[in-house]
Ligand binder design. Structure first.
Ligand SMILES: Cc1ncc(COP(=O)(O)O)c(C=O)c1O
Length: 390
């Protein structure tokens, strides 16, 4: 390792260490020493891309260089996604309003750079997906954290937003959410979208977990159905099981197409072409992808059936995604230490809530059940033995 010369400081923008990453490092050390660890801290499908995707990419490479695409992506994929808004939600979205991005992460970055100036204020309901905060602060925008209430399933309401002091220029909401898996009803999403439009607040609706839902009482609705100003963010990482392909999309109002695709071009030229070809194919594989959702539903039932008896009986209704966000203050005052104890005692790693909520995340932990069912069962058995002996 080289020593940093004086005057060569790294920047400190948005540099929040991830506690879950630190714990994953500790878990890998234990694994290196011969321990078997079940990882329930990461929200990544244990399956790969749908069958046939690699073949589709390989075939495309015979007739195309798969070189740079336009900054907004290949027109066929834009058109296919636009079609899907019609098929799934009955909403008409012009294909030119769909910008293909580097995962939802890329879409979030572009939305922030494209909509907010340095010093403006974006509101984040706690608990939140920690990537939002990193992106907002790294880009010199102020992140205004506010609390949500358990009786609202830890999703924001207009009253929560009205209680924020000072001006707000943006709001980011995910439904189903990470870390909770809870959802806003179509009416709640509509109320938030319309309120934001009226108040001149840019509403960013993260819909990355659409397709992974369990409760038919809460239909999935898209933010772009309710206000032309809403920016929708989505991705091929979750339902489509293509996390490492790094592809997502955003839906933007007409007048943002040019500035945001211009930014995409200036920052990284274009989204990856092979991934776009693969994603186009994957969009026709819903039967196969729905089988993953059947597995998540089974994993979820195992968790909901067994975890309450093990002391994990305080959680937000997990309508979608693949998470259980449990309040654990009655088990330990400090959820980071609780996760360390569970890792060392049971060989199971969960994510402490502090990454998702600086205010009271120390009282929560998040389990991800995105993995294989036998791993989820094994994790619950281990926790039962550990808690039994605790
Ligand atoms: C709510 C939410 N938004 C965005 C992302 C980033 O996803 P991507 O892999 O598409 O960049 C994640 C990843 O876990 C997430 O949970």
């Amino acid at each position: 390792m080289t020593t940093r010369p004086e005057n060569f400081e790294p920047s400190h923008r948005g540099a929040h260490p991830s506690i879950a990453e630190e714990l994953a490092g500790r878990a890998r050390e234990l694994e290196g020493g011969g321990r078997d660890i079940v990882y329930l801290q990461v929200g990544q499908p244990s399956t790969g891309a749908p069958e046939g995707v690699l073949e589709a990419v390989s075939q495309a490479s015979e007739t195309s260089t798969l070189g740079y695409s336009g900054a907004a992506g290949i027109p066929e994929l834009q058109a296919r996604i636009a079609q899907q808004y019609q098929d799934l939600y009955g909403v008409e979205v012009g294909p030119e309003r769909i910008l293909i991005t580097f995962g939802a992460s890329g879409a979030i970055l572009l939305a922030i750079v494209g909509c907010f100036d340095v010093g403006q204020r974006v509101a984040l309901p706690q608990p939140f997906y920690y990537g939002y905060r990193h992106a907002i602060e790294t880009l010199g925008v102020e992140c205004v954290l506010f609390d949500t209430q358990p009786e609202n399933n830890l999703q924001p309401t207009v009253e929560d937003i009205e209680a924020i002091e000072g001006p707000i220029h943006g709001l980011i909401v995910a439904s189903p959410g990470n870390p909770t898996g809870s959802m806003l009803s179509p009416d709640e999403l509509k109320t938030l979208s319309e309120y934001c439009e009226k108040k001149g607040i840019r509403f960013i609706s993260d819909e990355i977990y659409h397709g992974i839902v369990y409760d038919s009482e809460i239909p999935q609705a898209t933010g772009c159905a309710f206000s032309p100003e809403t920016i929708v963010v989505n991705s091929f990482s979750k339902y489509y099981s293509m996390a490492g392909w790094r592809l997502g999309w955003m839906v933007v109002p007409d007048y943002l197409i040019k500035p945001i695709s211009g930014l995409a071009h200036n920052l990284y030229l274009c989204p990856p072409s092979p991934a776009q070809v693969g994603a186009l194919y994957a969009m026709d594989c819903r039967d196969e992808l729905d089988q993953h959702v059947v597995r998540y539903a089974k994993n979820r039932s195992i968790m909901l059936d067994r975890m309450p008896d093990l002391g994990f009986d305080r959680f937000v209704a997990p309508h979608g995604a693949f998470y259980l966000y449990c309040h654990v203050q009655h088990l330990h005052e400090d959820s980071v230490q609780f996760c360390i104890d569970m890792l060392e005692g049971a060989g199971v790693l969960a994510a402490p809530g502090s990454d998702f909520c600086p205010t009271n995340g120390q009282h929560y932990i998040r389990f991800s059940y995105a993995g294989a069912t036998d791993q989820v069962e094994e994790a619950v058995d281990r926790i039962a033995r550990w808690r039994g002996g605790a």
